[in-house]
Design a protein around this ligand. Structure first.
Ligand code: SF4
Length: 311
């Protein structure tokens, strides 16, 4: 299989086949981001021959009678059919519709058991597609995209150079909904900066409440020296929230959400990990956060974050 650099995927895509179709990010400008810094280029689409050869390799390994026999000899269970493919890269959904349809057709050709295709997407990726194209992509299997919207706070989106405004989140996600494409959000706790987290959380809840993300996953901002944001802090242009302040922000977000969704704080950036359904488990989540805020030690949480080698 072709895999280039660090491969990132959401926790809930653990059972999906990871297929490299792009590497890197077309935007590559967010001040806090170091995710694809290990690449010698900004963005690249994989040659279609590489994609096809990875699909063929998967088909052989998963379905070839010899492979099945080998698994039995090793005492392994018969491999399950592959139901979902996750396309790698920061935003493969930016590819032209024809290219995405060509990839979906190849997946069907080699792995007909696949029922859906997911990937990370930027809010701006659907701007270059018509409503009809989005419907065609849904029919070809594209569903449950993961979008790192980060926040609905326009000042933070602008300062961090995310490349869109909260109104774009509303417009593009409503278009996805109309096409029947489901999506999850990643929220970035602390993106608004010291003293502004709670108002940023309220602004975000206001945007999210007008949409239907099937999941809101929360990550906590962890600043690495290689990031532009680190430099902004050194220059006195931005201040990070304290660790307990981050949990107070998260509490405000959850308190103000009134949609039906799954809320998850998973992944290494969260010192405390939890997930629950909203709205039914809201009170339970708020109590968990109250306990974290009242019983945790700022210095210990800071120590945890400073020692995170990478996300
Ligand atoms: S869009 Fe995502 S991957 Fe690209 S620079 Fe921003 S945070 Fe990083």
């Amino acid at each position: 299989m072709h895999y280039t650099g660090t491969i990132w995927r959401p926790p809930y895509e653990a059972d999906s086949l990871l297929l490299e179709v792009t590497t890197g990010c077309t935007h590559h400008k967010c001040k806090f981001c170091t995710l694809y810094d290990d690449l010698p280029f900004k963005f690249r689409m994989s040659p279609i021959e590489d994609i096809e050869s990875d699909l063929l390799e998967t088909q052989i390994l998963r379905y070839n009678p010899d492979s099945i026999m080998t698994s039995r000899l090793w005492g392994l269970s018969r491999p399950h059919p592959i139901r979902r493919v996750f396309l790698t890269g920061a935003n493969p959904f930016v590819l032209k519709t024809d290219k995405l349809l060509e990839i979906a057709a190849l997946i069907q050709k080699y792995l007909p058991s696949v029922e859906s295709i997911g990937c990370f997407a930027r809010i701006t990726d659907s701007k270059n597609k018509t409503d009809e194209e989005l419907i065609n992509l849904r029919q070809a299997g594209y569903d449950k995209l993961t979008i790192g919207v980060e926040t609905g706070d326009d000042a933070a989106l602008s300062f961090m150079r995310k490349g869109y405004r909260s109104q774009d989140i509303l417009t593009q996600c409503k278009r996805l909904e109309q096409a029947g494409i489901e999506y999850a959000f990643f929220y970035l706790t602390s993106i608004s900066g010291k003293g502004k987290g709670e108002s940023g959380a309220k602004a975000s809840a206001d945007i999210f409440n007008q949409l239907r993300p099937f999941l809101i996953g929360s990550n906590m901002l962890t600043i690495y020296p290689a990031s532009e944001l680190y430099q902004e802090i050194q220059n006195g242009n931005w201040e990070e929230e304290g660790e307990l302040e981050k949990y107070r922000e998260l509490r405000v977000l959850i308190e103000n959400l009134n949609i039906t969704t799954h809320f998850a704080a998973m992944g290494a950036s969260n010192a405390f990990q939890f997930q629950a359904r909203l709205p039914e488990d809201k009170e339970k989540l708020l109590k968990i956060l109250d306990r974290i805020i009242s019983r945790s030690d700022e210095a210990e949480l800071r120590h945890y974050r400073k020692n995170l080698p990478h996300l």
